[in-house]
Design a protein around this ligand. Structure first.
Ligand code: ATP
Ligand code: MG
Length: 430
């Protein structure tokens, strides 16, 4: 039997990893600018953590978790999302005692047993951010602005921001009751899952992707019409801060989230380009979660973005960092000079490649093309003797004569490109 990866688990191959670095580096830049620090937590937690935070009657906990019993008879789960583990760590290490206002971000793999398809995998990656300790709607708007800034930073107009409010434990029960009686009159049209969850989690029906449920919930009561004064004022303030900073958004009163801990502001970044995998990022407030997990009554808000979906949206642009120089040699006699020059350039932070195997000049030049080197140089006996060589810019064949030294090539680079491609943080080419 051929050994292959587990279904729904992907390899990120070298041709693809440049795109991932581009996404991850942009996220780090934008988040750190906003005062967030990285937190790294384990990929496995006690199963109970996820049951207590995400909620027993959610798709994730009911069907999607990778849970198993370890050799010590403990029930362990590969994390299906990041917030629960981050908040567990926040409570366990009493980060709130240091400062209740923590701004944390994380990135890494998550695991859900779902049906694999484009944009939906069993191991996937999220980049997420959380702010604890602030009730004020200003912070909701800052989080949304940061999310918007991230997509601007990576150069995507898609996706667009949708927001909603899910109310709080004061007003949600009345909404739930109103929705329940609406749904009960249409039980026959609902899918089995939604019917079963009528009593435990009726809000899920609004997010169900089964066509019958989409149809049956047209005209369902809106959560926004059931908000208490506190939640209504909070949501108005979030919107007015977004208006103040001219952040584009739309209101989607049918948006509910697949995790039970959300309160008040919830949001998604949605795209029309990925079929039913329309959510590229999602999040919201979770004012009760920290307390629910045994910590103090401290509110929180955060989001997670799906890296695979962002990578799909970025499309086929080239993100690899390309060599600045390829050194070819006429013959074996010049390999010492070439190797020494390469060593010096690498020490100086210049990306350089050379022929490793003493191949023909023609095949060396083919390799320079294949590696998409910016410049090439051929070192022969004359070059070694004179200490100077012709550096050729590969894009247009323009040749610059310069000393065969680190400083010599750096001068060529500075004059030829302004800045070496390896120092660029933006994609090298469209
Ligand atoms: P969906 O509605 O597409 O199932 P979700 O509501 O389950 O998404 P969240 O739990 O909010 O997703 O996770 C945040 C983000 O993580 C999503 O917006 C998406 O970009 C990404 N994501 C979630 N599940 C997967 C998956 N199985 N494969 C790839 N990306 C995923
Ligand atoms: Mg899902």
């Amino acid at each position: 039997m051929a050994l292959t990866a587990i279904k729904g688990f992907n390899d990120i191959l070298p041709g693809e990893s440049g795109r991932w670095h581009y996404i991850e580096e942009a996220a780090r830049r934008v988040f750190e600018l906003n005062g967030f620090s990285e937190i790294r937590v384990p990929v496995m937690e006690k199963t109970e953590l996820f049951c207590r935070s995400i909620g027993d009657a959610t798709d994730i906990v009911e069907k999607e978790m990778y849970s198993f019993t370890d050799k010590g008879d403990n029930s362990i789960t590969l994390r299906p999302e990041g917030t629960a583990g981050v908040m567990r760590a926040y409570i366990e290490h009493k980060l709130h005692a240091l400062d209740p206002v923590a701004k944390l971000y994380y990135l890494g793999p998550m695991f859900r047993y779902e049906r694999p398809q484009k944009g939906r995998y069993r191991q996937f990656h999220q980049i997420g951010a959380e702010i604890t300790g602030v009730h004020d709607p200003l912070v909701d708007a800052q989080v949304l602005n940061m999310l918007t800034a991230f997509f601007r930073e990576i150069g995507l107009d898609e996706p667009s921001l949708q927001i909603n409010s899910l109310g709080c434990p004061e007003c949600r029960p009345a909404y739930r009751a109103a929705l329940c009686s609406f749904l009960e009159a249409r039980t026959g049209d609902l899918c089995e899952d939604c019917r079963r969850r009528l009593s435990t989690n009726p809000l899920r029906a609004l997010d169900c992707k089964v066509p019958g449920c989409i149809q049956a919930t047209v005209g369902a009561p809106s959560v926004l019409e059931h908000l208490c004064t506190g939640c209504d004022d909070h949501f108005s303030a979030v919107r007015s801060y977004l208006d103040l900073t001219e952040t584009p958004y739309s209101i989607n009163s049918r948006m509910v989230r697949g995790l039970d801990y959300y309160t008040r502001t919830t949001f998604e970044m949605v795209t029309t380009l990925l079929g039913s995998q329309s959510a590229v990022a999602a999040g919201g407030r979770y004012d009760g979660l920290i307390q629910q997990l045994g910590g103090p009554a401290i509110p929180g808000i955060g989001f997670a973005m799906g890296v695979e979906r962002i990578a799909l949206l970025l499309g086929q642009r080239e993100f690899a960092s390309l060599p600045d120089l390829f050194i070819a040699t006429m013959g074996a006699g010049e390999r010492n000079a070439a190797f020494k020059l390469m060593h010096g350039l690498l020490k100086a932070g210049v990306r350089v490649e050379m022929d490793y195997e003493g191949k023909s000049l023609k095949s060396q030049m083919r390799r320079a093309d294949k590696l998409k080197a910016c410049f090439s140089v051929v070192i022969g006996g004359n070059e070694v003797a004179s200490g100077s060589a012709a550096f050729k810019r590969m894009s247009d064949g323009i040749v610059t004569e310069a000393p065969l030294t680190v400083a010599g090539f750096e001068a060529v680079l500075a004059q030829g490109r302004g800045i070496s491609p390896h120092h660029l943080s933006t994609p090298v080419s469209e």
